[in-house]
Ligand binder design. Structure first.
Ligand code: SF4
Length: 315
């Protein structure tokens, strides 16, 4: 039996704009095994968040399939999708803007339980909220607190508790630590990893920061302007990056040297191709030091170059 929880096949999401079709996600295929994490990395505008939102139909796809437990969810009716939403959850980047400031912590965590009519008695509901608060490391004294009284880390813990409320199998983590201080980032990442082990969760972890996904991912997909450019197990990607864009991203991770904290080693220079009705050829060509004539006219194919290591590059 296949261990794949989710399979994305040739997924495309184009947006109509006055200038033409914006190719936000362009023919992406990936799969994630149960209990594993796929990290999705790329700069802002590479399509990684659109990929996550299209997988769970917060955006309707232009083309392609998403198989969840073997069934194509793009064939689901609205009613089927409503049922599926308990199994698939999303954690957003900015916990503050995704939480209603007029609700207490307990009410915020209760929301998905109330809208899905999970508990009949108030007592059962309170017990579940307290247990979820404990699971995500929120002290019981915060039961009646409001989001503005909490720091970013605790607010994100509310977001995680809400995502866990319906016992999901799959969680899309959309830049869940990007708005947090570095010390709090580590706490939230550790919490997500502990929960994964305890509850056998499967994650799609979206971030612009390769150093963040290193610790949490089993595999990493690098995206550039809507397309997959490299995918490999995390260690292989860090030890043996092949695509020039992946190498540039790795080169831009701040150096942990005393006195040089936060210093950026390299930034990626050059003109960015337009994702609106993009021309043929490699979309990274104008920024690539190795670009040759062929790169400007022929699309590189995403191929397996060694076991489970895929790259789209003419060299
Ligand atoms: Fe650079 Fe060409 Fe490879 Fe694109 S296909 S990354 S332009 S070498």
């Amino acid at each position: 039996m296949s261990n794949k929880l989710i399979e994305v096949k040739n997924l495309k999401k184009y947006f109509n704009t006055p200038m033409g079709n914006l190719h936000a996600v362009d023919d992406v295929s990936v799969s994630i095994d149960r209990g594993k994490t796929l990290g999705v990395v790329g700069e802002s505008g590479c399509g990684k968040s659109t990929l996550g939102k299209t997988i769970i139909r917060l955006h309707e796809p232009t083309e392609g399939e998403v198989l969840f437990k073997g069934e194509n969810i793009f064939d689901y009716s609205k009613k089927d999708m409503k049922k599926l939403r308990s199994s698939i959850q999303i954690i957003f980047q900015d916990p503050y803007s995704s939480l209603n400031p007029r609700m207490t912590v307990s009410r915020l965590i209760a929301e998905p339980l109330i809208s899905n009519k999970i508990y009949k008695s108030k007592r059962e509901m309170e017990d579940r909220i307290k247990s979820l608060m404990e699971t995500v490391g929120l002290s019981g004294r915060l039961y009646n607190a409001y989001p503005h009284e909490l720091d970013g880390g605790r607010r994100q813990r509310i977001g995680i508790a809400r995502a866990l409320a319906m016992n999901p199998d799959f969680i899309i983590c959309d830049e869940p630590v990007s708005a947090l201080d570095v010390s709090i980032q580590a706490q939230i990442l550790n919490l997500l990893m502990d929960l994964q082990e305890e509850l056998e969760l499967t994650y799609l972890f979206i971030t612009h920061d390769l150093s963040v996904v290193k610790h949490i991912s089993d595999e990493i997909l690098v995206m550039y302007l809507g397309q997959s450019v490299e995918k490999a197990p995390y260690k292989e990607l860090f030890d043996n990056p092949i695509h020039p864009y992946t190498k540039a991203l790795l080169g831009s991770i701040p150096k942990p040297i005393l006195g040089e904290r936060g210093k950026i080693r390299n930034t990626i220079k050059g003109e960015i191709f337009t994702p609106i009705n993009p021309a043929s050829g490699c979309r990274f060509a104008k920024r690539c030091d190795y670009a040759k004539e062929k790169c400007y006219v022929e699309d590189p194919v995403f191929i397996e170059v060694s076991e489970n290591h895929f790259v789209a590059c003419h060299i």
